[in-house]
Each structure stands twice: as C-alpha cells, then as structure tokens.
Design a protein around this ligand. Structure first.
Ligand SMILES: *[C@@H]1O[C@H](CO)[C@@H](O)[C@H](O)[C@H]1NC(C)=O
Ligand SMILES: *[C@@H]1O[C@H](CO)[C@@H](O)[C@H](O)[C@H]1NC(C)=O
Ligand SMILES: *[C@@H]1O[C@H](CO)[C@@H](O)[C@H](O)[C@H]1NC(C)=O
Length: 403
C-alpha cells in the first residue's frame, strides 16, 4: 500500500470513529468563579445549572444558563479557558458582572438586571445580543419578573449599549423567546429576528427605529406528525413552534434569505428579509407566496438550532433526536441525499441544544442532555454538557456539502 492510501485509510477510520468535530469543553456540572454566598444552596444549586446557549468572541466563550429552577446564580456568563482543550469543568464567570445577573430580593423587577437568557449571539460589529425572557420558569411556578427585553453589549468595552422592552401587544410574556438572529449588514441599521415558539410568531426588531413588529404564519406551527421524540432512551411529545432562524449571505438586492423551522417539524421554510424588515407588510391578511416551503430534512431531524456559513453557503443543523450535526449546501435541493452527517455520537452529543458560527469560521456546538434532566435525572459523574468546536472547512471535509 502506498503511504497516501495508508494515510487516507487512517484518516477515514479516524473520521468515522471520532467524527469531525473536536471535543472542546465538557462539564459534569457547572461551577462559578468568585461565587457570592458560597454554601447557600438556594443561591447556587449545582445540579440545576443547565447550559442552553453559547457564542464566541475573541477569548470569550459565552455560556447562557436559562433560569428554569431556583439556584441559578448567573444567567449570562463567559468561560475562562487556559491551557489546551479539551477543557474539563472550567468555571463560569458572570458577565458582564455579578450584580447584573443576581436577582433582586423577592424577584422584584429591575430593568438593570438580566433574568434569564437562552441563546446569545455575537454580530460582526463587536456586539453581543440576547433576549432576556424576563421569566423564571420554575417547575409549576412560572414567575414573570418583568417584560422580555432585547439587549446589546459592546464587546470592546463590555458596556450595555441598548436595551429594549418587548411590549405586551407583541408577546404576552417572554417564555417562548429562546433565540435571536442578527442581521448585521449595516452596524447602524441592524435588525434582529426573534422566533417565539410558544405563540408561533416571528418578531422583527429594528434597532435603528427602536420598533418591533410581529409576523404570524401557519408555517410557524409544529407538524403534529413530527412532534414525537426518542432521545437518550426517553420518549416524549412536544409541540414547540418556530425555533431557529438562519440567514443566508446578502444577495445583490441587499437582502438575505431567512431560513426557519418549527422545532416539532422535519421541514425547512424561507422568507426574504425584504419582507420581514417591512413593518407594514406584517399585518397583511395574507402573505401570498412570500413564505416558502423549501423541503424535508429527513425523518427524526427535529432541530432547535441551525446556522449558515456565509463563505461556503453550507447550513449546519443541530439534530436533537439524532444526536448529530448535519450539513446541507443551500444551493442544492433540500433532501436527505443532499445532506451529510458532520458529527454523531450517541453517548457524548446527546441533545445538541445550540449551534453557532463565529467570525473566524469556526463552528461551535453545545449539547446538554436536556430530556434526562426534564424526565429523569442526570448522572452527576458523567459529562452531561459538551461543547464541540471545529474549523468549518475541516468539519466539512469529505462531505457532500462542499461539493
Ligand atoms: C463518541 O465519543 C466518545 C468519547 O469521545 C468516543 O470514545 C467514541 O468513539 C465516540 N463514538 C463514535 C461512534 O464516534
Ligand atoms: C413596504 O411594502 C410596501 C408594499 O409593498 C411598499 O409600498 C413600501 O415601500 C415598503 N416599505 C419599505 C420601507 O420598503
Ligand atoms: C445513534 O443513534 C441514532 C438515532 O437513534 C441511530 O440512528 C444510529 O444508528 C446510532 N448510531 C450508533 C453508532 O449507534
């Protein structure tokens, strides 16, 4: 055998056995640096600190812990990484600081505080964006602390540069606002698209106008035939609507294609941002053909998070039921034979909950084994929370998505 064949064989074996993504961070449980009130288990209960979202900027890796139980000291955090990966149980650092993340006594409202964050995002204008749902989703006891709000933080100074309350006529409360997608072509005229999985709506925020409006469409609803899940040996049925928006690169007309899908669905849909950005179009009685069905991704491909790499036109899809990240070149027809698996691991990639691409063309994926937490119990000796990272081209090498 020639050396090249041997090397290819080894490479193929490696990529089959180990997948294409590199294990980057893993936690058995989440701990914090400089924790106030150490030893107070009502302030910090390690078991309930479940990460839901991530974003990357320079030497900051953001990790968001949605407040779905008492005992979560800080919702928005960065993680300090020193040495070389994989990083094991690194402590979180409250961001921008402890004061802004600590709840008021008696959960009193306070617009200067961050209540609960799911999936933050970094834009190309050095800003961190996130929705604070304003809600404490405690079991059998949902506490609406304050209106949901959209935040922007300048990452060069760590200073809050914008905060916008989402009014009640747009959404009754913030519980369904689990992600935000930033349209950052123009740093001074930025738009944010926020899916509302509870109310089957898509919110559009214009930072420049300081206005928000709401699109309704039947494509935002789950498909009742595609809401059954079997994850980590646990079976359940969910009915979550529109969950994730992924933007194509900007087209010659100055607008992008916004891909979206409900969580309980195998289908992908699109709408042009030219439509979304136009507030007067939102209230039409019919949207005609402006919202389009793109195709089916394949059986059991429910996904809470997806993103398009603007250099390769490849979409990455976190498939929660398949314990997998898949890829699809958006220039091709959407069907399973035009897709590929980038990474699948039935013991370490269970329930990929968030996926994001940074400005250095790296893909980041977070899995948190959520059904085990909701319907059973975590094994606290296991690594329940994993982050993968890989350069986009390396992640796609050998897949059908680059061809
Ligand atoms: C899953 O990940 C574990 C830990 O990294 C690894 O040992 C195992 O080979 C992986 N399984 C597959 C099918 O890639
Ligand atoms: C919004 O759409 C309407 C109807 O097509 C159009 O008349 C109007 O110019 C659009 N507004 C903007 C800001 O593009
Ligand atoms: C991993 O789980 C998926 C979904 O249940 C299954 O289709 C696949 O065959 C499994 N892979 C391995 C290596 O067990």
């Amino acid at each position: 055998m020639s050396l090249i064949v041997k090397v290819c064989l080894i490479f193929l074996l490696c990529s089959v056995v180990n997948g294409k993504l590199t294990e980057y961070v893993k936690w058995q449980s989440i701990n914090y640096k400089n924790l106030p009130y150490p030893g107070d288990s009502s302030f910090y209960n390690p078991y309930v600190n479940v990460p839901f979202g991530l974003a990357h900027y320079g030497n900051k890796l953001f990790v968001a812990i949605a407040r779905r139980n008492p005992g979560i000291p800080s919702s928005l955090n960065v993680v300090e990484l020193t040495g070389s990966p994989p990083y094991i149980n690194p402590p979180l650092i409250s961001y921008p600081n402890w004061n802004m993340n600590m709840l008021n006594l008696g959960n009193q409202p306070n617009p200067a505080k961050i209540v609960s964050v799911y999936r933050p995002r970094v834009d190309r204008c050095d800003r961190l964006w996130f929705v604070d749902t304003g809600v404490l989703e405690y079991p059998n006891n949902q506490i609406n602390v304050q209106r949901p709000s959209i935040w922007a933080i300048d990452l060069k100074t760590d200073i809050v540069i914008g905060r916008f309350d989402i009014p009640e006529n747009i959404v009754p409360n913030g519980r369904g606002l689990a992600s935000i997608t930033i349209d950052d072509d123009d740093c001074a005229n930025t738009f944010a698209y926020i899916p509302d999985w509870m109310n089957n709506a898509l919110l559009v925020f214009s930072a420049q106008q300081g206005r928000i409006w709401r699109y309704n469409h039947n494509y935002f609803f789950f498909n009742p035939f595609e809401g059954d899940f079997d994850v980590d040996g646990l079976q359940f049925q969910w009915n979550d609507g529109i969950f994730s928006v992924a933007l194509s690169k900007t087209k010659p007309n100055g607008y992008r294609t916004a891909f979206f899908h409900p969580l309980g669905s195998f289908s992908e849909f699109t709408v042009s941002t030219e439509i979304l950005r136009n507030e007067t179009l939102a209230t039409r009685r019919t949207h005609g053909k402006d919202f389009k069905f793109v195709g089916h991704r394949g059986t059991n491909t429910q996904s809470g998070s997806h993103a398009v790499d603007l250099n390769t036109n490849v979409m990455f899809i976190a498939e929660m039921q398949n314990n997998a990240v898949s890829c699809w070149n958006i220039k091709k027809d959407l069907k399973r034979t035009n897709m590929d698996i980038v990474e699948q691991n039935n013991s370490t990639l269970i329930y990929p909950v968030d996926l994001t691409i940074d400005r250095e063309s790296s893909l980041y994926v977070l899995s948190n084994r959520l059904p085990r937490f909701i319907y059973d119990r975590y094994d606290t000796n296991a690594y329940n929370f994993n982050i993968w990272r890989e350069n986009i081209n390396a992640a796609l090498s050998g897949t059908t998505c680059l061809k």
